[in-house]
Design a protein around this ligand. Structure first.
Ligand SMILES: NC(=O)c1ccc[n+]([C@@H]2O[C@H](COP(=O)([O-])OP(=O)(O)OC[C@H]3O[C@@H](n4cnc5c(N)ncnc54)[C@H](O)[C@@H]3O)[C@@H](O)[C@H]2O)c1
Length: 406
């Protein structure tokens, strides 16, 4: 049986998901919500969306869409709003999907309180929460999780992940913020952020940590135990970083699996990527196998008789990805690639091709009434890793333990 789905937040990022949710074969109805009515109209005018949506299924407030007869709601609103809005959705008896991160505020203690509330609400209401972290469905993450599950890395030794996004990069953070701080909801944010500044609570690049942390942690199925981190302050007085203590932070974690993990969150940086390939990516090294720059290397020392010289294999995205179910792939193809030639295969796009996978995972988890692949306790642990790194950086790299949400 299909599901009835709602979407709140039809801004820059939300718009990239409406067609995919409307096209999924298990979605019977798609309700739309944004407090800017023109954003709803723009979506409804698209025939690929109108097949599952109508004017009666549109709302201009979260309160109203929460009262509607729906199974689940997707929240793609401004990052400082996610946690309270997701709680409201779950309290109204619906599954919820949140854009990343769980919440983004300058006060990490407050972020951790919200994480606690989210995990408690999942447990008490039985409603499930999924974090829409794009890195989880990048081809590299899918491949490394398969190799890890097959034991091909051997004992994990070291990993590193990063999100390198300079403020003036092609996706310009000054413009992104200008857009998010306008409109009915966004215009209230300046006063909110000033209230933190007035109390001396400064922002950090670690407040948006999931693209760097999630990939290696998810692939290795592990958690962090403790961290030492260092921050670099802004020195040239750039207005964008006025409320920041650290635009750039590097952290070294000890993991439960015995390996170390280096994480970088850089926003003021003269680089587009650390390894010249991707700006949000990772590398994982094990005693038997390693992955970096789309290359898998293996020494086959899992059994003595198998040992041979190190082998290197350069992989394509297609080789690294997990398959999507045929009927889902075909439905996405019809909606997104109407001009495809006969025999052409579906080409997943959006943050390394992750968008169709995120949509499929959330819709099927709701239809099957199960926990998603990115549940609250994992998402909140990634936030706890960031909070611990921030505390360490504020205290000259002192060792800080990382909280877990069971
Ligand atoms: N790779 C990734 O995972 C990735 C990439 C880009 C953005 N994002 C995340 O996506 C989110 C959205 O970013 P964006 O650039 O689209 O922001 P945006 O400001 O363009 O859009 C947010 C929309 O939410 C609406 N909204 C907020 N609260 C509402 C409410 N209570 N009721 C109705 N409408 C409401 C706003 O009116 C606005 O249209 C952010 O949290 C960001 O972190 C993630």
């Amino acid at each position: 049986m299909g599901i009835k789905l709602g979407m709140v937040g039809l801004g820059q990022f939300g718009r990239a998901f409406t067609k995919l949710f409307a096209a999924h074969p298990l979605v019977d109805k798609l309700a739309l919500c944004d407090c800017e009515a023109d954003r709803i109209k723009e979506q409804l005018d698209d025939p690929a969306i109108a097949i599952k949506s109508s004017a009666q299924d549109c709302y201009t407030s979260l309160d109203d869409i929460c009262k509607a007869d729906l199974d689940a709601i997707v929240v793609i609103t401004q990052p400082w709003l996610h946690a309270p809005q997701c709680l409201q959705v779950m309290e109204s008896g619906k599954y919820v999907y949140s854009a990343v991160p769980v919440i983004c505020l300058p006060d990490f203690d407050e972020c951790m309180d919200w994480c606690g509330k989210i995990c408690e609400t999942v447990k008490r209401t039985g409603m499930q929460y999924m974090l829409g972290e794009t890195t989880i469905y990048r081809p590299q993450t899918m491949f490394c999780r398969r190799m890890a599950d097959a034991g091909r890395f051997g004992k994990f030794v070291y990993a590193e992940g990063e999100y390198v996004h300079d403020v003036d990069a092609r996706c310009n953070l000054r413009e992104v913020n200008k857009n998010r701080f306008t409109g009915k909801v966004g215009s209230q944010a300046a006063a909110l952020f000033k209230s933190y500044l007035d109390r001396g609570i400064l922002e950090s690049s670690m407040a948006y940590p999931t693209h760097s942390i999630s990939g290696p942690i998810y692939a290795m199925r592990t958690h962090a135990v403790k961290v030492n981190a260092y921050g670099v302050p802004n020195v040239n007085g750039d207005e964008f970083f006025k409320g920041f203590c650290f635009p750039d932070v590097a952290a070294l974690y000890q993991l439960e699996n015995g390996a170390s993990l280096r994480i970088c969150e850089f926003r003021e940086i003269g680089a587009s990527a650390i390894d010249r390939e991707e700006s949000e990516i990772f590398r994982i090294f094990g005693q038997n196998g390693s992955f970096a720059r789309n290359i898998w290397q293996e020494n086959f020392r899992i059994r003595p008789e198998l040992v041979k010289p190190l082998e290197s294999t350069k992989l394509t995205d297609i080789e690294m990805r997990d398959p999507l179910p045929e009927e889902v792939k075909n439905a996405f193809m019809t909606a997104l690639m109407p001009n495809a030639k006969p025999g052409e295969d579906f080409n997943p796009t959006g943050h390394g091709g992750s968008h169709p996978y995120l949509v499929h995972e959330f819709v099927s988890s709701v239809a099957e009434r199960r926990e998603s692949a990115i549940p609250a306790r994992e998402a909140c642990h990634w936030m706890a890793m960031a909070a611990a790194a921030h505390r360490s950086a504020l205290h000259d790299g002192e060792t800080v333990r990382v909280a877990k949400f069971d």
